[in-house]
Write a protein that binds this ligand. Sequence first.
Ligand SMILES: Nc1ncnc2c1ncn2[C@@H]1O[C@H](COP(=O)(O)OP(=O)(O)OP(=O)(O)O)[C@@H](O)[C@H]1O
Ligand SMILES: [Mg+2]
Length: 176
Amino acid sequence: MSPILDPYSLEVLTRGAEQTRRVGVRLGQLLRGGEVICLEGPLGVGKTVLAQGVGEGWGSTTPLLSPSFVLIREHRRAADAQRLLHVDFYRLRSEMDVQGLGLEEWLEDPAAIVLIEWPDRAPGVLPPQRLWVHLEFASEGGAEVSSLSRRRLLFTAHGDAYLPLLRALRRAIFGG
Ligand SMILES: Nc1ncnc2c1ncn2[C@@H]1O[C@H](COP(=O)(O)OP(=O)(O)OP(=O)(O)O)[C@@H](O)[C@H]1O
Ligand SMILES: [Mg+2]
């Protein structure tokens, strides 16, 4: 695990779902409200596992599930009136379907945090400022069984507003 020396991106390699969940917990603990976090990557790579960690770190009173048939799930926490919206665009047939979900209001709400799985299915609704997380299967080590649980998480700040968050996340994960 070595951090890339670029303020706009942070690479984390995980070995097992538990490590990915813990990275999410760190991120969730750092959220202040108003963040939009896009989780992009292939089926089964760990987007929901990461989102579950974020929900836990943020303090959600309800566990984040795999949204599947539900496009948006709203979560609360005991500490304050913030909301965490867990969005999954996997089943979206067209960007038109996003209309009527109220997502635009949530995206502008400074007291809401929006986590989006499959954001690439509705690029038109995403705000330009966001934290982008690309997840991929990291298969170095060839066909050995243990490589099945390796993932590469690449966090990228889209917009300078996300630089402090990325810096704090880097510190929380790697120290220093
Ligand atoms: N390093 C890892 N990080 C995350 N998940 C892992 C890792 N290693 C193995 N897994 C397993 O991979 C699966 C990831 O499932 P998850 O539902 O989070 O994927 P997803 O990206 O949300 O998929 P979908 O596109 O269907 O929503 C889980 O079964 C998890 O246990
Ligand atoms: Mg998922």
